[in-house]
Design a binder for this molecule. Structure first.
Ligand SMILES: Cc1cc2nc3c(=O)[nH]c(=O)nc-3n(C[C@H](O)[C@H](O)[C@H](O)COP(=O)(O)OP(=O)(O)OC[C@H]3O[C@@H](n4cnc5c(N)ncnc54)[C@H](O)[C@@H]3O)c2cc1C
Length: 527
């Protein structure tokens, strides 16, 4: 019908309709072609697409055809729009509208922190609790993960620990990584390629440290880890590029040890969690609310009293708005910030079971990347020197990364992630160059730093339920080995939440209770 010119008689009622429409709030002007539309080219008005005779076109442009109605039609606001206005919901594309409409107000499990721990826990909860319709929310303040430990880590995986729990968790980490492509795939979702480099860890010990290495080796192999002890001579035969001065004994991982890409694993967990229905909220956790519960007197057990149960979290959105989310259980997986965020729940600020703070704080660690054309080459495990300095190959072009944990006196400030290059010159390079003569000739290319989620109490993960806030769980404090343990920790938290106990690896010794009872569980092999 638009192929022919319309007649004046045909247009009159249409123009009247156009006038009425212009007095109504809805924006239907464009349907009427009464406003000039503009092309991109020099803002030239575009002719209306309906063919209109010249004289009527003038009337259309001048909007003079119809006199005002005696009883103009009042703008009609739809009742739903009225309610939206009252709620402050202004339009579909307005971010406020989005927040108001879609912001989740309650869930079963709320996880604070969407790093590798938070995402692994979310994955496991949905993986097992899928059919129960479990609602899981992850609150993450920075979805680009600029300062998260996960993406700033070195990506190492080893079983060479001194505690059975750590060995078992890392054995499971290796098993999970092997299957990660399949486990973290879905319909239309490709599982991650974590780029595992199975070149092992090599720990070097002086005469003084040899006994510990032997004891560790015994425990590790009894739990199924494939670790080989090497005398200094054997070490030199296997790795001719190494200087064995001062080395009494070495232990080398033969299987399930090496390094991988942390970012790929994080994305794999996150994407799979999203696919299974986990909701991610971009916000910072800024407070908690409790609910007062009166506990009646229990004859023979205790007096009556008042108990404050955690029930709601306060989060700050990007635009500064504060929202609340009710939860049944909450998991603390905020990495290096976990101690600080737990204080918001009163942990460390009260008496009795609330008197001890979560002993987890950020500790800055540097990683330096250098080029060494005469370095060890392909067959170079992640080597931990007797001095504590470590290095490993990075790619295939003669590049290596290296670092070292500072002593307590040398701990750098944590206000920013600036790199101290003198630490490399004075502490790291002398160690690694002494151990590998090929590292005497190097060119430092780049460096970065990240925060260890450092447990000041005993440098081990805190995993489990808080004894006072029994709906508050911890998965934090891994002090430099959390990445590889994330699959096992996620599974362990899922077991605690859904079954009330550990079913696979018994991690009871890593509970928060040990802080209250002052019973540290020390790990000897902290790198
Ligand atoms: C230099 C370096 C090298 C490492 N090397 C290894 C290694 O070789 N092998 C290994 O296994 N481990 C290694 N680690 C340790 C490992 O990276 C960590 O233990 C692990 O990534 C911890 O994961 P996470 O999810 O608990 O913490 P993160 O990855 O830090 O995630 C925590 C998240 O919580 C969020 N968050 C914090 N506060 C709030 C809040 N108030 N509200 C909302 N969100 C919040 C943060 O934005 C962050 O994204 C290394 C770490 C560093 C720094």
């Amino acid at each position: 019908m638009f192929n022919r010119a319309v007649t004046a008689a045909q247009l009159k009622p249409w123009l009247k309709f156009n006038y009425i429409l212009k007095n109504v709030t809805f924006t239907v002007r464009s349907f009427c072609n009464s406003c000039p539309r503009y092309s991109n080219k020099d803002d030239e008005p575009v002719k209306p697409s309906i063919l209109v005779p010249e004289d009527f076109q003038a009337e259309l442009d001048g909007e003079t055809y119809c006199p005002p109605l005696a009883q103009p039609i009042k703008p009609h606001v739809h009742p739903i729009k009225k309610s939206f206005d009252l709620l402050g919901i202004t339009g579909r594309n307005d971010p406020k509208t989005h927040n108001n409409l879609y912001f989740p107000r309650h869930c079963d499990i709320l996880i604070i922190g969407g790093g590798i721990m938070g995402c692994s826990i979310a994955y496991w909860l949905k993986q097992r609790g899928h059919d129960n319709g479990l609602r899981v929310i992850v609150v993450e303040q920075d979805p680009s993960y600029t300062r998260a430990s996960t993406v700033l880590s070195v990506g190492g995986l080893r079983q060479q620990f001194s505690l059975p729990e750590n060995i078992e968790m890392s054995l499971y980490g290796a098993e999970f990584l092997r299957k990660s492509k399949k486990l973290l795939s879905g319909e239309g979702l490709e599982g991650p390629d974590v780029q595992f480099h199975p070149f092992g860890y090599l720990f070097l010990a002086t005469e003084k440290g040899a006994d510990q290495l032997i004891a560790n080796h015994k425990l590790q192999t009894s739990l199924g880890a494939k670790i080989q002890l090497l005398s200094a001579n054997k070490l030199k035969q296997k790795f001719p590029w190494i200087n064995t001065d001062g080395v009494e004994l070495a232990s080398l991982g033969l299987e399930n040890e090496g390094w991988f890409d942390p970012w790929s694993l994080l994305n794999g967990f996150r994407n799979k969690a999203l696919e299974m229905g986990v909701e991610f909220v971009k916000a910072e956790t800024v407070g908690f609310e409790t609910q007062e519960t009166i506990v009646p007197e229990q004859p023979g057990i205790g007096d009556s009293g008042c108990y404050h149960k955690l029930k709601r979290v306060h989060v700050r959105l990007h635009d500064g708005d504060i929202r609340t989310i009710d939860f049944s259980k909450c998991v603390m997986a905020a990495g290096a910030q976990s101690g600080k965020v737990s204080k918001l729940a009163g942990i460390g600020l009260g008496t009795g079971l609330l008197r001890n703070a979560l002993p987890v704080e950020p500790r800055k660690r540097y990683v330096y990347c250098f080029h060494a054309p005469e370095g060890p080459g392909l067959d170079c495990p992640l080597t931990v020197d007797t001095t504590g300095s470590y290095f490993r190959r990075e790619g295939l072009g003669g590049h290596y990364v290296a670092g070292k944990s500072p002593t307590a006196n040398e701990e750098p400030g944590v206000a920013n992630l600036d790199v101290d290059y003198t630490f490399f010159d004075q502490q790291v390079w002398p160690d690694v160059a002494l151990r590998v003569p090929g590292f005497e000739n190097i060119k430092l290319k780049s460096a970065w730093s990240g925060y260890y989620d450092y447990n000041t109490f005993d440098q081990n993960g805190v995993i489990g339920i808080h004894p006072y806030h029994t709906n508050f769980l911890f998965a934090t404090g891994f002090s430099g080995h959390g990445l590889q343990q994330a699959p096992a920790v996620g599974r362990a938290i899922m077991e605690l939440v859904l079954e009330g106990k550990f079913l696979t690896i018994d991690l009871s010794r890593f509970a928060f209770d040990r802080v209250i009872a002052n019973q540290p569980v020390f790990e000897q092999n902290i790198v």
